[in-house]
Design a protein around this ligand. Structure first.
Ligand SMILES: [Cu+2]
Length: 170
């Protein structure tokens, strides 16, 4: 007999959240009887604080990504639509021609999302890219890695990997 997938997911989530929250109910027993979902972000400060202008340079120091829009804002569980600008760090040249691979991942659970992130270039603004959907299907901390390869006329390929982290509420 198959175990319903939703049961498995909720069970795994409950188990995996215990270390982060220390499973401390304060002895009042309330949490175990109300069925309320605890907020995995309440005691987690690893995520970025979303704001327009949130900006980060990749680990190779080549490409800077900056948020110009997020819907919803701050990022939430489910599908998100993000708009970011990309520029070459140092020169500030807009990245107009590039290949992005975007990977959402939950480091505490060891899984991503089956929903691919669609990437498109904004028509009206140089170096502006639209990522829709960014599917964050579960509450908790997500790491979203933007691997970018900038198209170039020279033989030197410019690549970078930029990571943002958001903890999304239930
Ligand atoms: Cu998860």
């Amino acid at each position: 007999m198959a175990i319903p997938r939703s049961f498995l997911v909720s069970t795994l989530l409950a188990v995996s959240l215990c270390p982060a929250l220390a499973c401390d109910t304060g002895g009042d027993g309330g949490d175990s009887t109300t069925g309320m979902v605890e907020d995995p972000c309440a005691n987690d400060d690893r995520g970025d604080d979303y704001a327009v202008g949130l900006s980060r340079v990749g680990e190779q120091g080549n490409v800077r990504l900056t948020f110009v829009d997020a819907m919803p804002a701050p990022p939430r569980k489910g599908d998100n639509r993000w708009v970011l600008t990309a520029e070459l760090e140092g020169t500030g040249v807009a990245v107009q021609d590039a290949t992005f691979t975007v990977t959402p991942f939950m480091p505490d659970h060891g899984h991503g999302t089956p929903v691919p992130v669609e990437v498109s270039r904004a028509q009206d603004a140089a170096g502006t890219w639209i990522f829709d959907p960014v599917n964050l299907m579960m509450a908790g901390l997500w790491e979203i890695t933007f691997d970018v390869e900038v198209a170039s006329d020279t033989e030197t390929t410019v690549t970078d990997s930029v990571v943002f982290r958001f903890c999304v509420d239930p």
